[in-house]
Design a protein around this ligand. Structure first.
Ligand SMILES: Nc1nc2c(ncn2[C@@H]2O[C@H](COP(=O)(O)OP(=O)(O)OP(=O)(O)O)[C@@H](O)[C@H]2O)c(=O)[nH]1
Length: 503
């Protein structure tokens, strides 16, 4: 519930936009569902405490909803799609000892300097190649592979259904140093803004004097439910609304067509439309909600790519922390060799996660660093090597070629690598994310996505467009700047949050 609130309230501005838009569409062309509201009013007033509502004298007897003829058979609402209950919040895995001292104040771990003397032309030999049968490369069209059940590569405490490889929140939530700040309750309980915001409203209602309450309070059940016939006009308005929420034209058309299927001409309330839309969104998103797969290969090479500022470094830190908590030995390579600040930032994240960060002298070839980092990670018997790369705009051909070279060089060392190429997308970039996927996919064979900043001003609809267009797995979502602000992607929570449905 808390995570749902987090999604709903901070996740998207587009959520409230969609929610309000759907309400407005029905409000605009809808009619009061009189029969339903009368019946609801009767039932509500039967249950209403006397002090809350004093029914006015009724001139006409209330029709008995059980015997009254149905004046409009087509007003019977569609059965509402069922929603899976919110997934159980799993207990945090074993706590991780955060290195003593806050990363910001502790002296950073001296970087492991990797000598970068590898020439551009790297040897063609591929030392210590594993048996290809034991370490199959991920087949692009097979989707993410999970390690065999018996492999010791699985994390220590895999949830049954949710990502095994990215535990929910392995880091215990230490109380904040400032006692005036309320204690944090983990990633699923962090979105407390909504609860706090709701408090005044709740107080206002309960504090209202009885006399004014009698005049002013109109319980929701007493208000007539507006319903609107689902016709071409309404579908067009729905399409426009979905496009404005960044779903893209193609996806918006497909979604509205599916919504109309079997319902055209029927009268629907705003709530019913939200549920139908949420079910459709969840149906599209379900196949892409996949954790990052782990393979028996050591080191499993995870290349992290994306445009400037999308959240690569932050995501690497969060992932490294989670994998470490799951018992993996992780090494990070600072592939942005051109910006000293980027290296420094990665070192801070390495400190936080408690994993070593391999660096190279400023200005050296990032492809060489990647090669040397693989050699070192292999020698150290690391399970995972996460390679950060410089942010690059997808329209900068030179930088994209540099990325392609990194991939080529990695493959010289291990033809099955990189085993995961994660494209980190900033959800606030909207439709531009689609172009980013297209370009990065061509050059770096992207295997999965991480969508960051969903706690910000993101337009969540773009995730639906991405899933609909590319079908790439969404391994995780970033919902904040802290180390445990990375969560598995839950399609149903997402759909409910996007459409403004209550949990
Ligand atoms: N609110 C929020 N901020 C995030 C999230 N992920 C990353 N950030 C912030 O986004 C900014 C950029 O993150 P970085 O991790 O430095 O991005 P990057 O892709 O490594 O950046 P470059 O190296 O410049 O390409 C930082 O201020 C992060 O704190 C997220 O999920 N939510």
């Amino acid at each position: 519930m808390a995570f749902f609130s987090k999604l709903k309230d901070r996740l998207f501005k587009s959520s409230s936009k969609l929610e309000q838009g759907l309400d407005a569409i029905v409000e605009e062309g809808g009619e009061d569902d009189v029969m339903r509201s009368d019946a609801a009013a009767q039932s509500a007033s039967d249950q209403m405490p006397a002090r809350d509502v004093v029914p006015e004298p009724v001139a006409q007897p209330e029709p008995d909803p059980r015997t009254a003829p149905d004046p409009a058979p087509d007003t019977v609402p569609e059965p509402e799609p069922e929603f899976t209950p919110e997934p159980e919040i799993l207990p945090d895995p074993a706590p991780v000892e955060i290195p003593a001292g806050a990363p910001d104040v502790a002296a950073p771990t001296p970087p492991v300097e990797v000598p970068v003397d590898t020439p551009d032309e790297l040897p063609d030999e591929t030392p210590a190649q594993p048996d290809p049968i034991e370490t199959p490369a991920p087949a692009p069209d097979e989707g993410p592979m999970r390690p065999p059940a018996e492999t010791p590569e699985l994390p220590v405490t895999p949830p049954a259904e949710t990502p095994e490889e990215i535990p929910q929140s392995p880091v215990p939530n230490a109380p904040p140093a400032d006692a005036s700040v309320p204690p944090r309750t983990g990633i699923l309980g962090r979105m407390l803004g909504r609860g706090r915001e709701e408090e005044p409203a709740a107080t206002a209602t309960t504090m209202a004097p009885a006399t004014t309450a009698r005049a002013q309070i109109v319980p929701a059940a007493l208000r007539p439910t507006k319903r609107r016939v689902l016709d071409d006009d309404m579908l067009e308005q729905l399409e426009e609304l979905l496009i404005s929420a960044d779903m893209g034209v193609d996806t918006a058309l497909r979604v509205t067509a599916n919504m109309a299927e079997g319902r055209f001409g029927k009268k629907l309330s705003a709530d019913e439309i939200k549920r139908i839309l949420a079910a459709e969104v969840a149906r599209i998103m379900d196949p892409v909600a996949r954790p990052m797969p782990l393979y028996p290969k050591r080191p499993q090479v995870v290349l992290v790519v994306g445009v400037n500022g999308s959240g690569k470094t932050t995501t690497i830190g969060k992932l490294a922390s989670q994998f470490k908590a799951a018992g993996k030995s992780v090494v990070i390579a600072a592939g942005d060799t051109f910006r000293a600040a980027a290296v420094g930032q990665l070192q801070v994240w390495g400190e936080r996660a408690g994993v070593p960060v391999l660096t190279a002298p400023e200005g050296s070839d990032p492809a060489s660093l990647a090669f040397d980092a693989m050699t070192k990670a292999e020698a150290d018997g690391a399970d995972l090597l996460m390679i950060d790369t410089a942010g690059r705009l997808q329209n900068r051909a030179d930088l994209m070629e540099e990325l392609a070279k990194i991939v080529r060089v990695i493959r010289k060392k291990d033809p099955s690598a990189p085993h995961n190429t994660l494209l980190v997308l900033d959800a606030t970039t909207g439709q531009n994310a689609l172009r980013q996927v297209e370009t990065f996919q061509k050059l770096a064979d992207v295997t999965g996505l991480v969508m960051t900043k969903l706690d910000g001003t993101a337009k969540g609809g773009v995730l639906v467009a991405l899933a609909d267009k590319f079908g790439l797995p969404i391994h995780a979502i970033g919902v904040g700047e802290q180390i445990d602000d990375l969560a598995p992607f839950d399609p149903e929570e997402f759909a409910k949050a996007l459409t403004g449905l209550d949990a």
